[in-house]
Design a protein around this ligand. Structure first.
Ligand code: ADP
Ligand code: MG
Length: 681
């Protein structure tokens, strides 16, 4: 146990320091991850109850949620249906009338109350005769309770854990606030403007508001601290980059881009040209590029990446490109080789782990000899494409001018930084198809400049989306046969999320393939999943690309990047198990050629909510709208991919609701850092 005198802040003291918090409460609070006084003070109330004006029982209106108080006059338990069903009924009264409190099938509630108990009651009045509330929240008022903490005020109601009474948390909170009075550290106070309250006041208002609205004022101050921490961290990283980096001239001279574009079968879109101009400016700038390229699925980010790579290569530098899956890395290697090897630029692929010095030698050796058959132009750089294997310690490369990360949302900030460390402040281009709502973008990518590809290449067929249930599958197979007959190809995405990449999941996919083969014959069905060896995966993907296989049965390993324009039908089974943003990604595999495409979401779920969710996919192909819906429905974690986003957990800040606050934090952080660096230089 730390010596209290040595502790720098009372907030770091164990929660048991507080009077009245004994071993049992300490244990229960521990289950809520509350160990120190500081932890306790950050345990915000779930809601507040205005107990200054509780209603008389006679004044309670049906359908209205209200607070009242009364004395228990009787409590009883009724059972029926062979004791399997029960109701506990507690009658309370005040000087205006009687109220029935009922708990269905919770027989132990009978023991909670005794006649004579004085109760606070919160809930919605259901029936009028007799006046009753089902499953109310209650709190017994005990003799000796400090009325100014629990009763005659706007009272906090906390999230609890088993055995921990509301009153204990509230008392502990009150005492904790008294204990830390005048000693709450407040580093941000100095950089915030005058209208903000100090941190101690914020905590007090959050827990024990004097007037309605105090709690929100307190929450906003605490949220501000969280946003400021984030923004300072992001902007310091940027500042450090500006101070420590050297200009790295990578804008090139067009000598390779010109012949590269001439060999392409299409013209760049206006958006692609504009973004390339932005990139070229960055690559010739004083500070290394830090750019996010956001473009919906199919908007043509790969060509932009290739042109950016060419600029660096023209300037004599090497380029690293990292993709989240082997399938995608392999596809990029193919695309880049097609375009680059005729120009004498070596392209090497690195997906497996680099375990030995010999492995590293091999990669470097391939590059030295140019990989392709054409003699290599010595003045030019090379491209290495890989998965996260590139981040490994064993991998290294000289003269890295540009690092490109495809589908950035699949990687975290840590991986991004690790890859950058392979060079000396190289330029960075990250690409994503997940449109990030602005609040999230400020948080996740606050240190990046953003370019948007807001134009799809012309001549794309339409994508139509249908939600169907399992019963329609025979019709779905018939539809696929029709499209195959017309010469198209199809994806069937089959996923059991938890099972994916496990032996059971693989077996399920294999069984599905067996079932489909006779249904779809004479057309050929191939299969890819996460457990296959990369050579096997490559072979299947190649066969599919060359139309030797017409139907590809896959798990969500094909979610990102895969580009086979002739494949125009996608069936997603168990669609309800996917997030909307992920469905949008999957659907982005079709609609890449001139033919109309069809996405069929097969959902076996009966719940209205999940069907409702899928209907959004029917109504729009706008990735931005879909991402916002997903953010609303499932929170930021799902949208950006688990914890790997590097996004810290926010206790008080809300990325959906606090946009204005977040913008303010960004401005305050930037003003502060500018002042700070103004002082030191
Ligand atoms: P994404 O942005 O999803 O990564 P890709 O880079 O895979 O998209 O491009 C999708 C498809 O569009 C590819 O087949 C690519 O060759 C093609 N494409 C890219 N740019 C153009 C363009 N300007 N005109 C026509 N087709 C294009
Ligand atoms: Mg892509």
């Amino acid at each position: 146990m730390p010596d209290p005198a040595a502790s720098s802040s009372p907030l770091d003291l164990p929660v048991a320091t507080i009077w009245g918090v004994g071993p049992e409460r300490t244990f229960q609070l521990g289950r809520l991850d509350i160990h120190t006084i500081g932890d306790l003070l950050l345990h915000g109330p779930r809601r507040h109850e205005d107990r200054r004006h509780s209603k008389k029982i006679a004044e309670l209106e049906p359908g209205e949620a209200a607070t009242t108080r009364g004395k228990v006059v009787a409590a009883g338990l009724k059972r029926w249906a062979k004791s399997s069903r029960s109701v506990v009924e507690v009658i309370v009264e005040d000087d205006s009338g009687r109220l029935y409190l009922r708990w269905w099938n919770l027989p132990f509630m009978e023991k909670v109350f005794a006649p004579g108990d004085e109760l606070f009651i919160y809930g919605k009045v259901g029936a009028k005769k007799p006046k009753s509330i089902d499953h109310p929240e209650t709190e017994v008022i005990e003799a000796g309770d400090e009325l100014f903490i629990h009763i005659n005020r706007i009272t906090p109601i906390y999230p609890l854990t088993e055995g921990l009474p509301q009153r204990s948390v509230r008392s502990a909170m009150w005492r904790a606030l008294e204990f830390v009075h005048g000693k709450v550290p407040d580093e941000k106070r100095a950089i915030l403007g005058g209208s903000w309250c100090d941190r101690e006041t914020a905590l007090r208002k959050l827990h024990f508001p004097e007037v309605p609205g105090d709690d929100e004022e307190g929450r906003r101050r605490l949220a501000m601290d969280e946003f400021l921490d984030l923004q300072l961290q992001i902007q310091r990283r940027r500042l450090k980059l500006e101070q420590n980096s050297q200009p790295l001239p990578c804008a090139g001279d067009n000598s390779l881009i010109r012949p590269y574009l001439a060999r392409l079968k299409f013209q760049l879109t206006g958006a692609q040209t504009r973004v390339l101009r932005e990139i070229r400016t960055d690559l010739g700038g004083k500070v290394p590029m830090r750019r996010l390229l956001q473009g919906d699925v199919g908007s043509g980010k790969t060509v932009v990446a290739a042109c950016a790579a060419l600029m660096a290569i023209e300037s004599g530098y090497n380029v690293l490109l990292m993709a989240p899956t082997e399938i995608l890395a392999e596809q990029h290697a193919r695309t880049f080789r097609n375009g680059f090897e005729p120009l004498g630029i070596p392209v090497s692929l690195q997906t497996g782990s680099i375990k030995t010095a010999a492995d590293a030698q091999r990669v470097m050796g391939e590059l030295a000899f140019g990989g392709g058959s054409k003699p290599r132009n010595k003045a030019h750089g090379a491209v290495v494409i890989g998965t996260h294997a590139l981040v490994q310690e064993g991998f290294g490369m000289e003269k890295i001018g540009l690092v490109i990360i495809d589908e950035q949302h699949k990687f975290g900030v840590a991986q991004r930084e690790a890859l950058l460390r392979k060079g000396r402040y190289p330029h960075l281009l990250v690409m994503t198809a997940t449109p990030i709502p602005r609040t999230l973008g400020l948080t996740l990518y606050g240190d990046l400049d953003v370019s948007v590809l807001d134009e799809l290449p012309a001549g794309r067929g339409r994508i139509r989306t249908f939600v169907r249930d399992g019963k329609s599958l025979p019709k779905v197979w018939e539809f696929i046969r029709q499209k195959l007959k017309e010469g198209r190809q199809a994806y069937i995405v089959y996923s059991r999320l938890e099972e994916e990449d496990t032996a059971a999941g693989v077996k399920a996919v294999a069984k599905e393939a067996e079932k489909l083969e006779p249904i779809l014959s004479p057309w050929r069905v191939g299969m890819v999943h996460g457990r296959m060896k990369s050579e096997e995966k490559d072979a299947v993907m190649e066969a599919f690309r060359e139309n030797r296989i017409q139907v590809l049965l896959a798990t969500s390993v094909i979610e990102v990047g895969v580009d086979v324009p002739n494949s125009t039908v996608m069936v997603i089974e168990n669609a309800e198990q996917f997030g909307l943003a992920q469905l949008h990604q999957l659907r982005g595999r079709i609609g890449r050629g001139g033919h109309d495409s069809f996405c069929i979401l097969v959902a076996n779920s009966k719940t209205a909510e999940s069907l409702q969710r899928l209907k959004i996919m029917e109504s729009t192909t706008d990735g931005f709208r879909i991402a916002e819906e997903d953010l609303m429905l499932r929170g930021p974690g799902d949208l950006i991919g688990q914890q790997q986003s590097g996004l810290p957990k926010l206790r008080f800040g809300d990325l959906l609701m606090d946009r204005v606050l977040l913008e303010e934090a960004r401005r305050i952080a930037s003003d502060h850092l500018r002042n700070e660096s103004g002082r030191t230089t």
